[in-house]
Design a protein around this ligand. Structure first.
Ligand SMILES: NC(=O)c1ccc[n+]([C@@H]2O[C@H](COP(=O)([O-])OP(=O)(O)OC[C@H]3O[C@@H](n4cnc5c(N)ncnc54)[C@H](O)[C@@H]3O)[C@@H](O)[C@H]2O)c1
Ligand SMILES: O=C(O)[C@H](O)COP(=O)(O)O
Length: 491
């Protein structure tokens, strides 16, 4: 994989200064422009290869489509719901985040809200500032012995669990991916949401915002909870349905809410913020010096490592790309792309492609199974796609254009060299090619039914000439005397 060149990065939010410093130390020009409106961002983004954001910049499809040079969107933080990841993937742009940099800070704020809810700390502090001394009004309840339901048992959910266990809370939870035995090892008993709702005194959500998590707590689920349940949302606005929460607070079904995040930030509708049983923060989960230093530094280092071709860390939409950063992958990628390009030329008059079958053989090809399909498809589809094709978008493009792609790997049959065989079906005709790497150079071994006695180096410009085996014809094309030419079906 050719190194990804990043010369200019735009930072569109307040990101720790270490981010800029690290990028600049590595020869990347950095511009910081915060609080841009959408139109300003659309106008500005054209000049950059990289964009670094936090949660406030909405990197919509409009912004992405205006970004002709953009190669990376770096999120100095966890949630990427403010980035249209599908649009970025389609355009071949890497989306990268720093998912562990603010875990502890977000977990600590969640715990602070749980404690504040149990003892009315913000309301009492406000009352004191107003000159009152009201001991009765702010009667609280101990957390000790209460049940905390944690929905989403990833990084933050886990840290919240261990901290609240030290207060003597019983922690139960639900997560569709984290195995129950794993969460049990850190003291969280997993169960279905149906079982969880009625048991909880407190519920905290720690899932990403996505269609399946929008409105996890809604009118119906609130009704299944204990009367007076208290809820915390330090994940994303909308995971707890805001209108349902307000109704539950008003009816007393919900006894209090701690909110760090809102569907609209800042929220124009202040009904929740102003409710006496709600304590809220302006999205402060990651707002600590430590978290910001980690996230700012991490995103810059991840970008630099990628540019230097060292490794790819934190990419959320480029799983294939991550396996292409090893030295040995470079020649194999060239091989796949070249075999794809040869087949593209051979089948030029027979489009569209309907099926591509890729088979790799031999131990040395085992490591490339993750990216060989993408490499072949890049070679095959590059000229016709009309967009910049790369390992981030090529599988999607093949799928969108209805090309059926199969890949298989076969263990070595004793032959030392690894082989990559590709069969392409276009307009009912089949085209086949196989290649290998000899002495660091990708070579063609077979093309359709012709086997080359002398492997053909897949470098530079190649002319494939199809004719019946006739030394006279070949000598006239090559401009050489007959005795110096040998011909097969393809030469
Ligand atoms: N308030 C803040 O400033 C702040 C800071 C950091 C992160 N966050 C938010 O917190 C979220 C969680 O962060 P994390 O680092 O723990 O992420 P994570 O990916 O480690 O954990 C998320 C967990 O949610 C689980 N999940 C997915 N769908 C689910 C569902 N339907 N029901 C239950 N669980 C489900 C996943 O399996 C995963 O284990 C982020 O997506 C981000 O939006 C907010
Ligand atoms: O997802 C995150 O990382 C948090 O919500 C933090 O967002 P922020 O970087 O805008 O504070």
């Amino acid at each position: 994989m050719a190194p990804i060149s990043i010369r200019a990065v735009l930072i569109s939010e307040s990101v720790d200064p270490r981010c800029r410093a690290i990028l600049e130390e590595n020869g990347i020009r950095v511009t910081e422009k915060t609080s841009m409106k959408k139109d300003e961002l659309i106008a500005e983004i054209k000049d950059y290869d990289g964009l670094v954001v936090r949660s406030a910049t909405k990197v919509t499809a409009d912004v992405i489509n205006a970004a002709n040079n953009l190669k990376i969107i770096g999120r100095a933080g966890t949630g990427v719901d403010n980035v249209d990841v599908d649009a970025a993937t389609k355009k071949g742009i890497i989306v990268m985040n720093t998912p562990s940099g603010n875990t502890i800070s977000a977990a600590e704020l969640t715990c602070a809200l749980l404690m504040s809810l149990s003892r009315n700390v913000p309301q009492a502090a406000m009352s004191m500032k107003q000159g009152n001394w009201d001991r009765k009004k702010f009667m609280g309840a101990e957390l000790f012995g209460k049940v905390l339901g944690i929905v989403g048992l990833g990084r933050i959910g886990k840290e919240v669990a261990s901290r609240m266990q030290s207060f003597g809370m019983k922690t139960i939870g639900y997560d569709p991916i984290t195995p129950p035995e794993v969460s049990a090892s850190w003291g969280v008993e997993q169960m279905s949401l149906e079982q969880l709702w009625p048991q909880c005194d407190y519920i905290t959500v720690h899932t990403p915002l996505m269609p399946s998590t929008v409105g996890l707590l809604n009118d119906e689920t609130f009704a299944k909870c204990k009367k007076g349940v208290k809820v915390v949302n330090c994940a994303r606005g909308g995971i707890i349905d805001e209108a349902a929460l307000l109704r539950a607070l008003e009816s007393g079904q919900c006894g209090g809410a701690g909110l760090d995040v809102f569907v609209e930030e800042p929220p124009k509708d202040r009904s929740l913020v102003d409710h006496p049983n709600v304590i809220s923060c302006p999205h402060l989960g990651a707002s600590t010096k430590e978290a910001q230093a980690r996230c700012g530094e991490d995103i810059a280092l991840q970008i630099v490592d990628m540019v230097k071709g060292k490794k790819l860390v934190g990419a959320v939409n480029a799983q294939v790309l991550a396996s292409t950063f090893s030295q040995e992958s470079h020649q194999l990628i060239k091989l796949g792309e070249a075999v794809g390009a040869v087949l593209r030329s051979c089948s030029a008059s027979k489009k569209p492609f309907s099926r591509v079958q890729i088979a790799t053989k031999g131990d040395c090809m085992e490591s490339c199974t993750g990216y060989m399909t993408s490499a072949v498809l890049v070679g095959l589809l590059s000229q016709d796609s009309g967009c910049c094709l790369n390992f981030i978008n090529v599988l999607n493009l093949a799928k969108d254009t209805g090309i059926m792609v199969n890949q298989a790997h076969y263990v070595s049959d004793g032959a030392a060299e690894g082989v990559c065989k590709v069969e392409l079906v276009a307009d009912g005709c089949s085209f086949k090619a196989s290649g290998s790497v000899h002495g660091g150079i990708p070579v063609l071994l077979e093309l359709s039914d012709s086997v080359y006695r002398q492997p053909v180096a897949l470098t530079g410009n190649l002319l494939f000439f199809k004719a019946s085996a006739s030394p006279q014809l070949l000598s006239s094309v090559a401009g050489l005397p007959q005795h110096k030419c040998s011909a097969s079906k393809y030469s």
